[in-house]
Structure formats: structure tokens, C-alpha cells
Design a protein around this ligand. Sequence first.
Ligand code: 3PY
Ligand code: MG
Length: 260
Amino acid sequence: MRELGLARRLASGGPVVCGWSGLSDPLIGEAIAAAGFEAVCVDCQHGHQGLEMLKATLLGIVAGGAAPVMRIPLDDVALGARALDLGFEAVIAPMVNSRADAEHLVDALKYPPLGNRSWGPARMMHVWNHDGATLDANTWLGAANGLQLVLAMIETGAAVEAAGDIAAVEGIDGLFIGPADLSISLSGGTAVDPQGADVVAAMDTVAEACATHGKLATGYAQSGEIAANYRARGFRLIAGGTDYGYIREGARAKRAELGG
Ligand code: 3PY
Ligand code: MG
């Protein structure tokens, strides 16, 4: 039995550092968790996970001691709702560009009165604790909206302009910057520059929108420099890397160590 702890941990300060898994194997999620990441995001937008493997990877992440997070494919709120039913503690949604996009997410992923999420948490109620007690249906109904987070990705110029409107939507728990897509959007498709000055300026806009509306500022960091920029602005969840990259870099280091 486990507590759902991510929302509380983020509310009490953070930052939580989140690994990233797109390869389709539950032991990879477990290994990332065991390496010290406090959360692991299963990337169903650009990764190779289907529903069956998503289930297994959730178990691997939890076994490794981290909080399970999931990025949904573009416009796939149905998979997001199933991920929440399985026990993911947060869903990250790509390309949320307007208040209407944000309301669509909340409608599918939050129970009334915030949204119209459909009831089906059988697994959740049997394997998760809340305040030390096994969940019953009404406890879960009362707690779920606060314990399972919905994070809206800000990764276009339009989204930065609408950041205040998106953060204002009740049921959106936080904004999550995607610096690569954001740099592509801001440059009109001429550059991928996740460390660029205009992305850093967008961090200020997002931080301010989140502070105004009492939401979590969170984001993806392609580098330590980006992570430091988030930290300096009080971002609570910072994700980074990919499992493919972790393996490649580990393999590169090992190859060099062995010489020849
Ligand atoms: C981006 O930087 O665009 C992302 O989506 C990070 O995963
Ligand atoms: Mg992106």
C-alpha cells in the first residue's frame, strides 16, 4: 500500500525532479526511479508505450520508489483518464494553447464539480492509501481531484500569450513548459533553441501566471542550465532527459572507460 504523495510534496515546496521514459520496458522506469529521481514520467506522446506496457511501467516506477507521471499523446484525454484510473499521480498534456484546450482537459480528467471524469477507479481504491487508510469510494471521490494533478504544457507562442487564461481554469493544477517546441514556435520554425532568451522570458510569464492563480510552475529541462533557470523562478517540478539518452550517455562513458 502506498500514499499518493506527489501533490502534497509539490504543494509543500519541491522541487521534485522527474525522469523521463519513452522506451517500452517496465524495468527502465524502475531503474530511473532507483537512480534517485523522485518521479518518472512515461512519455506516451513521443515514446513507445501502449496501454499494456504503461501498466507494467507504472508498477516498475512505484517499485523503484518514485511517483508515476504520464504524458498523454496529443488530444488523447481518454488515455489520460485511463492512466489516472490505473494510478498515475499526474498527467502532463502537450500543446495546451487556450482556455478552451484547458477546459477540455479538466472536463475529462477531473471529477465533478470541476469536470466530468467518468467513474472507474477500481484499482486505485485497492492499492492506494490516503492518510494511512484504505480508500473507499466516497473518500476517493472527495480526494482524487486534489491528489491527481493535471499539468498543461505551454509550448507555443499562443500558449505563452494565454498562460494567464490557462492557469485561471479551475482544475488545471499547473503549467509545464516544453522548451523545444516553444523555441520552434517562437522562431517561426527556424530554430530549436530550448535555452534561448525568448524561452527564458516565457519562464517569467509562466511563473507569474502560476503565482497569480495559485498553480504549480513546472517544466522540462533539456540541460542543467534550463533546470537552474526554473529553480531560480521557483518551479516545483523539473523533468529532464530521456531513457534513450540515459542509456546512450551511460554506454558512451562505459565505452570510454574500457579504452582501446
Ligand atoms: C518540449 O521541450 O517541447 C517538450 O515537449 C519536452 O518534452
Ligand atoms: Mg514538446
